[in-house]
Design a binder for this molecule. Structure first.
Ligand code: G4P
Length: 528
């Protein structure tokens, strides 16, 4: 297959959901259909201590939440699929944002009994920023569920997006009997499925086929006919371009646990979602089919595998073909490097990749040279648009307990900050003695504490500080010490040496702007 065809058959997407809606279960089922794993071993299997393949870190296991984003590749129906897993917890929304930068579309998993939950909303907003297509999978139809019409209305109201039901559930809870496929006017009636361990068996046929009356029972059959009629009259018109720019979400009903509706979802989704999208370097559009290889770093993760003790930079390939050992320009460092041992992630193991194409994600060893947003390319060097960082909303003072371990402490905290997991600030005038960390959520501090202990063998003392916002000082000529600020503000520097002010509240920001003519503050920094 030539490079162009390889690129066109790629589908790279992220799955987002509120914790517990079934993201991990759905991911595993997709892997199962793709033959990437043989048995779902009941998913995360917290009960039998077998963990989902996408859960890597200890803290994820302890808390049952996904903290980091992992990447999994598999083949299905001649598509090459890259799933980017995202953390479910809002405290890690920045990580999710970066992952969405690497994705071309998103699948939003919603619990049928709960509808849109707090975290779904936040993550959806992140998708909106990217204008990528969002597909909705309404999960857990095998449990008591909200009425499907009410669910669609609820999604539209809560998220401000139009919906279009691609299929329609027949019954719910114990009576979830199958789905009706609107485009082919077909009923898929489910039978068995070995409690979700294997692919589900199904009986398919035209909705008018009388066999379904007896298979489903009179009541369900008639209810379905009624629903379908109503849907055809009342539902939004399907418009592909609205799907492409994230203004209309195709909705699928199913149950990841029992496999009901998963495969129909997968086939439709793959046919409808986009092949790799272009990325931008200022005004220049870098198309996936460009001859030259290009990629950007969207994630850096240290010590993913305790046995390896390494640090991996995840690259999203944006154009061309990658070949093992190829020499590329690391644009930000202005030097050439050889990508010697790139890895790809297939379910639960890593493999060395020989070739990869635009749309794929590869991991390369990072001896501490990469930063989030860096560009790697062949040909004439250029830099992809930067990835913004979120202004943290929680702050803590951190000290190592054992003063002899100062070196490890600084190394650990700097490395973890380079991964983008937390932001590190030093108080101006005090320097590295006084370290303040900032995070989008407090759980990031727990992760920091745990990682410093397990990976760097450093115990820390962490005191939460009563600050709520931080702003970068845009005017480079301004001396922060000369600024007139409230006593509840703190002048700090970030690791790049840029000046910032940490404030107790918005009132402090207002005061600073009023009292210091010409001061420019921004709430979004750019990772360089
Ligand atoms: P998450 O990644 O979005 O956090 O959710 P996850 O897949 O871990 O699923 C959360 C819980 O919901 C799990 O149960 C899982 O088995 C269950 N679940 C997922 N999909 C479905 C579904 O379609 N139907 C039903 N009935 N349940 C579903 P758990 O009890 O927390 O874990 P486990 O002990 O079953 O592993």
């Amino acid at each position: 297959m030539n490079t162009q065809d390889e690129i066109k058959r790629r589908r790279t997407f992220a799955i987002i959901s509120h914790p517990d809606a079934g993201k991990t279960t759905l991911t595993e089922k997709l892997l199962l259909y793709g033959g990437a794993i043989l048995s779902a071993g009941t998913v995360k299997g917290r009960k039998n201590s077998k963990h989902a393949v996408s859960d890597w870190m200890e803290i994820e296991r302890q808390r049952g939440i996904s903290v980091t984003s992992s990447v999994m590749q598999f083949e299905y129906d001649n598509y090459c699929i890259n799933i980017l897993d995202t953390p479910g917890h809002q405290d890690f929304s920045e990580d999710t944002y970066r992952t969405l930068m690497a994705a071309d579309s998103a699948v939003m998993v919603i619990d049928a009994s709960k509808g849109v939950e707090a975290q779904t909303k936040k993550l959806f907003k992140v998708c909106l920023l990217r204008h990528i297509p969002v597909f909705t999978f309404i999960n857990k139809m095998d449990r008591a569920a909200m009425n499907p019409f009410a669910l669609l209305e609820h999604i539209e109201k809560e998220l401000g997006i139009s919906t279009y039901a691609m299929n329609w559930p027949i019954g719910s809870g114990k009576d979830f009997k199958g789905v009706y496929e609107r485009d082919h006017k077909q009923i898929l009636c489910f039978a068995g499925g070995q409690h979700g361990q294997r692919e589900v068996e199904k009986v398919a046929g035209d909705i008018q086929d009388e066999k379904f009356r007896s298979l489903l029972g009179d009541d369900f059959y008639e209810q379905l006919m009624e629903d379908v009629e109503l849907l055809d009259i009342a539902s939004t018109v399907f418009e592909a371009d609205k799907v492409q720019n994230g203004r209309l979400t195709p909705v699928f009903f199913g149950s990841a646990l029992t496999n009901f509706g998963v495969e129909p979802f997968l086939s439709h989704f793959l046919a409808m979602t986009t092949s790799p999208l272009s990325r931008y370097a200022g005004d220049v559009e870098i198309e996936p089919t460009d001859d030259h290889f290009s990629a950007f770093v969207f994630k850096i993760q240290a010590n993913m595998n305790k046995a390896h003790r390494d640090r991996i930079a995840f690259l999203r390939i944006c154009s061309g073909k990658f070949e093992k050992g190829m020499e590329v320009t690391h644009v930000q460092a202005n030097r050439k490097i050889k990508l010697a041992q790139p890895q790809q992630f297939m379910a639960d193991n890593r493999e060395i990749v020989e070739t990869a194409y635009a749309g794929d994600v590869i991991g390369v060893f990072d001896p501490g040279i990469f930063a989030i947003g860096d560009t790697l390319c062949t040909g004439k060097p250029f830099a992809f648009d930067k990835i913004p960082t979120f202004a943290p909303e929680h702050f803590a003072r951190v000290q190592q307990k054992d003063t002899m371990k100062r070196k490890q402490f600084l190394k650990g905290i700097t490395q973890i900050a380079q991964e983008g997991a937390i932001q590190v600030f030093q108080e101006i005038n005090i320097g590295m003695e006084e370290i303040i960390v900032g995070g989008v959520g407090v759980l990031q501090f727990d992760v920091l504490e745990q990682r410093l202990k397990s990976e760097y063998n450093v115990d820390i003392k962490l005191d939460l500080l009563p600050f709520q916002c931080v702003r970068w000082i845009e005017n480079e000529e301004i001396d922060p010490n000369a600024l007139n600020l409230t006593s509840e503000s703190k002048r700090v520097k970030d690791l790049k040496g840029r000046n910032l002010i940490i404030f107790a509240n918005n009132w402090g920001i207002k005061w600073a702007l009023e009292q210091n003519q010409g001061l420019i503050l921004t709430d979004i920094g750019t990772v360089e």
